[in-house]
Design a binder for this molecule. Sequence first.
Ligand code: SF4
Length: 511
Amino acid sequence: MKIYLDGNPFAYDVEQTALALFPGRGPRAAADAPRPFDRTGDYGISRLTYTKRGVTAAFTLCLDGQTVTEICRENLGDSAEEREPEALARHAVRRSVYKAYAALTGEKPAWGALSGVRPAKLARRLMQAGMTPEEAEKRLRRGYYVRDDKARLAVSAAVCAETLSRELDPRDAALYVGIPFCPTRCAYCSFISKTAPSADAEAVVAYLDALRRELAAMGAGAAAAGARIRAVYIGGGTPTFLSAPQLSALMAEIRGDFALAPGCEFTVEAGRPDSLTEDKLRAVAEGGATRVSVNPQSFSNRVLAAIGRSHSAESVYDAFRAVRATGGMEINMDLIAGLPGDTAAGFAQSVSRTLELGPENVTVHTLALKKGSSFAERHQAQLSPQLIADMLSTAHRMLSEAGYAPYYLYRQKYSGGSFENVGWAKEEKICRYNVYMMEELLPVLAAGAGAVTKLSGDGTGRIERLTNPKYPADYCAAIGEILKKKTGLAGLFDGRTKSGETIERNENDEI
Ligand code: SF4
């Protein structure tokens, strides 16, 4: 559906808010609106006028033959966080879109007028503008129409990020290393991960060689910049698909190439519990891992079979006990709400079994399927937003009662139901990498296929991205070019990192 702009230069804000509220209508903002506007079918008109004291935004929404217009006035100085005319105007525009949608449909989406994937960033900005956590929560509810429980989640994550940010040194960074291979492919997978017959397959060996070269180049750049790594995350794919010697070599390479801060967090994603063997666990522990992820996704063997996970719930117990027996490593576990064939009771059972094991971290994800994928079409019937919402609130209650607190979250963009993924941790047991990365507290140096290095150093708040080719074969073929780009890391902290391809939108402004 078309959304016409009348005196409103903020097409991005209009479109993002509309996409968050009614993604199924495919709203598109037209910067050059025709006159007169075409008022047939579904449409929207966003108007913006500047007044002496501030701005007035009006949004007219026509859906299924019903039309409503809502008006939002914002005055400069009325709110602590929007002192700039542009921020004020964008806020008014977003609110007007939300109000028109809510008035027309009677629906009150949980995240209100917010459309960004990082709602905790806004909560943090409010606190940095002088609000207490309670005031920030109230502002999210009243100013952005965020539901009480979501406002609490956002503020809780913001408080955690704010606390962590105070410990950071200007030369700190995080490191991500991607291993895009898995033993088999899960039916719902939307990642770039490839299956490989074995860890010594030619494609895997070639990939590890390219990765080693990239790590060495990046390490040299980071050393020249004086960078200190606060958290390492080896993710995937399934890193423990690699053999024990390959894991040892990779971890030794990282330790040799980068200056790790004392107490540096070092996470290895084991992901699929069936990929963990005793010798791999020993290699990971001896390589310096402080955390391992063991991801059940569900404790129902029927659900696991339906999503093509080639392991059973029993293998999760085995993997968990093996990590605990090895010692010295904390455990992250992931669950997914909304898996095909699952029920509210079945999901509650998965949460309960996870709590019995007592990992330090639990991340509750919501199944996000790419529209039009064959898996999405086959399993549409199971993806009732109400069922998923019930699963999430049950998990929320059970985790809270068991002494876990939410510490990071991100929203899924454009998904019906407006869901979010939330990381929960026992006291003092958060996975710092998740917060550094999600709240963009630190530059993230990233190596491997599809890895995105994010640098911020020019003082403008902009983020420079260096994106590696997505697929392992393309990555290996492009390694020469990648090595050249990574030489720019020498200017990591002083704004000389001008080798990136794109400048990302400043997400501080995307609310
Ligand atoms: S383990 Fe993760 S990356 Fe691998 S196939 Fe399954 S969903 Fe995809």
